[in-house]
Design a protein around this ligand. Structure first.
Ligand SMILES: Nc1ncnc2c1ncn2[C@@H]1O[C@H](COP(=O)(O)OP(=O)(O)OP(=O)(O)O)[C@@H](O)[C@H]1O
Length: 303
């Protein structure tokens, strides 16, 4: 288990993290979610032992990051947000270099380099210089560089920023494989859909504070409000609000109702009677994005 215990971090007068506390189960995939500037990278740098000047502590199993940083670091693979590769070297040479930093030598280093090249889908490009690679290939190699020492905990900071859908899927496959091998993964992102798709548990961070933490199921159940989504011309709020609380959403409206199926039937009846043809009318499944919006009043999007 990883325990984040009252962690705070200030940059001058700017509080980047404010008394953060939560736990991450071993073998789980934990999503750290929040808008740009929320404090995700700062927390991840503290977790991975890169940033040493902070208040509080992080316990990785029995070991304190504050007191036993080097011991904890050996169990961690940290993938930074900014790509950190030597472009004039080949993929294989980059991996060999990072492997040697983790203490691998000789046959072990050669074997792990070959295994990781295969794992990140770059077996055929191992002897090519990184400067000939696409952004997605560099991202995958960046991930590979942190896997050579077979870390039990893998920490990824926004690994899919600025890449094409194919490379993104390929990164998801690498993550799914690591999950199936029992690795603990900490995945930071401001892309809600990714976190919903990949993670079992999440922590929502906003302005340096942890505003929620728990399993995805528990959070959705806690904040779930049964709703209908409706879109179309001729829609009158007065008619809609007879069936529950109405909120604008996208190009339509959400109607919160304890009995969404009955509300759906009643609405269809009323629309028929009044000659109204909505373009969409459906039961609405709440998403992580809705939870974040409910808690902070802001959308978690790049604008
Ligand atoms: N080295 C630094 N010096 C001063 N302030 C910093 C430094 N690094 C981060 N900050 C500030 O700390 C706050 C949290 O930044 P952080 O990078 O952790 O956020 P984030 O959630 O990772 O956002 P992003 O996704 O944009 O990287 C921001 O206000 C940021 O400006």
């Amino acid at each position: 288990m990883i325990e984040i215990v009252n962690v705070s971090k200030r940059y001058g007068s700017n509080t980047a993290l404010d008394d953060i506390q939560f736990t991450i189960e071993e073998g789980s995939c934990y999503g750290l979610v929040g808008p740009n500037g929320a404090g995700k990278s700062t927390l991840i740098k503290i977790l991975s032992g890169v940033l040493q000047d902070f208040e509080g502590d992080i316990m990785v199993q029995e070991d304190s990051v504050a007191k036993n940083r080097m011991k904890v670091k050996k169990r961690i693979g940290y993938i930074p947000q900014d790509i950190c590769l030597e472009e004039t070297l080949t993929a294989q040479e980059n991996l060999t270099y990072f492997g040697s930093l983790y203490g691998l030598r000789g046959r072990d280093l050669k074997r792990r380099t070959a295994e990781v090249l295969d794992q990140i889908g770059l077996k055929e490009r191992g002897k090519d210089k990184v400067l000939t690679f696409s952004g997605g290939m560099k991202r995958r190699l960046n991930i590979g560089c942190s896997l050579l020492h077979k870390p039990a905990i893998i920490i990824m900071d926004e690994p899919t920023v600025g890449i094409d859908p194919q490379s993104r899927n390929s990164i998801f496959s690498i993550i799914n494989q690591l999950k199936s091998e029992g690795s603990t993964i900490i995945y930071s992102s401001h892309y809600m859909e990714e976190v919903e798709h990949l993670c079992d548990s999440i922590g929502l961070i906003d302005k340096g504070k942890l505003i929620e933490s728990g399993t995805m199921e528990a959070l959705l159940a806690k904040y779930k409000k049964p709703s209908l989504f409706i879109a179309g011309d001729q829609l009158e709020i007065e008619l809609l609000s007879r069936h529950g609380h109405v909120e604008p959403k996208g190009n339509g409206f959400l109607i919160e109702s304890e009995r969404p199926l009955s509300a759906l039937q009643d609405l269809i009846g009323e629309f028929r009677k009044n000659g109204i043809e909505p373009s969409r009318l459906e039961l609405y499944q709440p998403k992580l994005e809705d939870i974040f919006f409910n808690l902070t009043g802001t959308q978690l999007r790049d604008s």
